[in-house]
Design a protein around this ligand. Sequence first.
Ligand code: SAM
Length: 228
Amino acid sequence: MPGENVTIRTYGRRKGHALSPRKQRLVDDLLPGLRLDLSSPAPEPLTEIFPAASEVWLEIGFGGGEHLAWQAEANPQVGIIGCEPFLNGVAKLLSEIETRKLGNVRIWDGDAREVLDWLGKSSVARVFVLFPDPWPKTRHHKRRLISVRTLEALARVMQPGAELRIASDIGDYVRASLEAVFAGDAFEWPAECPSDWRERPAGWPPTRYEQKALREGRKGHFLVFRRV
Ligand SMILES: C[S@@+](CC[C@H](N)C(=O)[O-])C[C@H]1O[C@@H](n2cnc3c(N)ncnc32)[C@H](O)[C@@H]1O
């Protein structure tokens, strides 16, 4: 059932400043055709929700969508599902979709965990969770998106060999994410030396949040896991 996995809220606000008339038009007119329909079962194969895709990737918490739009343009053979509950971020992505004429993006403007519950087993070939909300206060750690429960949900929907990319600029979040991954046996971490997580791999453009973190003196950590 969609929503079964959603208990504690992992995101902050859902709406910021008022949208420009163009972005409001995109939300009203473009978003409905791109939004996933979670009221019907996910099609099998999942690629059917795209006009022509050989595999499906998922980005959770795409923020303003800069990374997602880059991936969609660089990988036209891939269909990308983006999940983001912050409406202003969704509107930014819609703007990129229209400007760059991207035909390989679908959106869930809500909680990604609802999409994880909806997706079929082994249906996704790559997942991005880039700079999830850090929730630095100890009493808020339960709001962190990366948890044993989320990793179990990801393990179910990811194909064998699929890549899971997680980034964070918060050392404590990186440690907690590694612990959550190693609590199960669904993912392996092929990293061999510090440069494997200190340097952003090729085919991975910087996100808006990473650039902000860098300006504030915090460097990103880039974790690439493989579904066993
Ligand atoms: C710190 S921002 C990073 C945004 C973007 N990935 C970047 O690096 O610029 C984290 C984003 O995750 C989103 N988020 C948090 N919980 C989420 C959830 N359960 N499902 C989807 N998105 C979520 C937030 O709304 C926010 O936009």
